[in-house]
Design a protein around this ligand. Structure first.
Ligand code: NAI
Length: 341
């Protein structure tokens, strides 16, 4: 494998690994390790150009520094991307593990878009610098519980109520996170309006839940909108359509661009930044490194305590935003920077 070091301002270390034999074409970016080793998943995605792949790796690695810091974890931020062009093989993952090992523990890999538990198990055969590869760690439920904490904190901020009784939550995406967010909200008394691009997920189970077409979710009348599908969905086209008082969801990179946080504020819509709302996943993955903890799940006391604390952070950020007129994104960024700078 040919490993090239790339010098990028503001980043601890960036490497590009190319292995002709297995077809591996991977970047690992370590953004910041002031709080500890850089934890961040490995994205397996068909990038059109190497520049785009590097750009994505850098953006995602920096995002992990902020997410891990705000979640209160003693971890830095990093990320890996593997170009999906050659197709997966055990050898490809073995080569990727070699690239991870080359950073001597500065970077700890995990799952992300495109990587399965099976892939992670292959990687784990050749590196110890990996977390979240054991089936016992269901990050989807922990993420959903963190999103639920954000929703109830947002609801408390918006109307002072302690439960979601009488409230309508619109959920976009009924996958591992969204379906569980719905269950937590239903248990708490909410009514749900949901959508997914996969019609097979929209099953009427007689709960107080109704479904709309995917492009109609932005304009439904609701109290809180919870995006739990894909990124970039809060933009100049969708924000004017929204009929909600607040947003809290699990999807990564919900804002089309940073400037859209201001646009939401102008519309008086309170936005819980995605990396705060969805940090439950990284919280449970971090705890999974403790091998003495068996049957680790979102209710394990050590995990639950941290997930519950998301409520307080969200409430504090919303209060601060309303007091200072700053966007919630700016406030979260400042809080994270206080920890890692
Ligand atoms: P998933 O793949 O299980 O579910 C996503 C669902 O969204 C699928 O059912 C898909 O059909 C649907 N979908 C895709 N595009 C859509 C659209 N435009 N409109 C409506 N539905 C659409 O993924 P998962 O794990 O539930 O993750 C959801 C989001 O949360 C992703 O953005 C992910 O990056 C983020 N996230 C997930 C974590 C986890 O632990 N699973 C942790 C942190 C963030």
């Amino acid at each position: 494998m040919i490993i090239t070091e790339i010098s990028v301002d503001g980043y601890e270390e960036v490497v590009h690994g190319v292995d002709k034999q297995t077809g591996l074409d991977a970047y690992i970016a370590v953004h910041n390790i002031k709080l500890g080793p850089a934890l961040g998943g490995c994205r397996y995605y068909p990038y059109k150009t190497s520049e785009k792949q590097l750009e994505d790796t850098l953006r995602l690695a920096k995002g992990m520094t902020y997410k891990n810091a705000l979640a209160g974890l003693d971890l830095g931020g990093g990320k890996a991307t593997v170009n999906a062009m050659p197709g997966k093989s055990p050898e490809l993952w073995q080569a990727f593990a070699g690239l991870v090992n080359n950073l001597y523990g500065k970077y700890i890999t995990s799952g992300d878009v495109g990587t399965t538990v099976h892939d992670l198990k292959e990687i784990a055969k050749s590196t110890d610098f990996i977390l979240g590869h054991e089936s016992k760690t269901d990050s989807g439920v922990a993420t959903a519980f963190g999103v639920f904490q954000s929703i109830i904190a947002l609801n408390k901020f918006l109307c002072g109520a302690n439960s979601l009784k009488g409230k309508t939550i619109a959920v976009q995406g009924l996958g591992k996170v969204g379906s569980r967010v719905i269950n937590f909200c239903l248990e708490n008394g909410a009514t749900i309006i949901a959508t997914d691009t996969d019609p097979d997920t929209m099953i009427d189970d007689h709960a107080p839940i109704s479904f709309v077409d995917p492009d109609k979710i932005y304009e439904v009348e609701c109290d809180i909108f919870s995006p739990c599908a894909v990124g970039g969905i809060l933009n100049r086209t969708t924000i004017p359509k929204l009929k909600c008082a607040g947003i809290a969801g699990g999807a990564n990179n919900q804002l089309g661009s940073d400037g859209h946080a201001g646009f939401l504020k102008e519309r008086n819509i309170f936005y819980v930044p995605d990396y705060l709302a969805n940090c439950g996943g990284v919280i449970i993955v971090e705890k999974s490194q403790d091998k003495t903890l068996v049957d680790l799940n979102y209710e394990s006391p050590i995990v639950k305590k941290r997930l519950d604390s998301i409520f307080n952070t969200v409430f504090k950020v919303l209060m601060e935003s309303s007091k200072t007129n700053q966007t919630t994104t700016k406030i979260c960024n400042d809080l994270a920077e206080e920890r890692f700078q």
